[in-house]
Design a protein around this ligand. Structure first.
Ligand SMILES: [Zn+2]
Length: 82
């Protein structure tokens, strides 16, 4: 096995600084980009596809997790623990 002595820096995991959020359905932690972000707009749940809507939101990892929380989405968002 030859070890390449290149000058390419090996990026540590911190280098990319991926924000981690936990799914409100199953509590699994995942990178923000892997999750769906839902916000309330005029009291209605709306998918924040670009994750840049500046209202309060929650993250879920899948449709089934979303389905399990959607009945009380407003309470979850307004409570905003964690
Ligand atoms: Zn989940």
């Amino acid at each position: 096995m030859v070890t390449a002595q290149s000058h390419t820096p090996i990026r540590s995991r911190e280098g990319r600084h991926t924000p981690i959020r936990s799914c409100k359905g199953c509590r699994k932690k995942q990178a923000k980009g892997q999750l769906q972000r839902w916000v309330l707009q005029d009291g209605q749940p709306a998918l924040d596809e670009k994750q840049n809507i500046s209202s309060r939101g929650v993250y879920v990892c899948s449709d089934s997790c979303y389905n399990s929380i959607k009945g009380h989405l407003p309470q979850i968002i307004n409570r905003r623990r964690s």
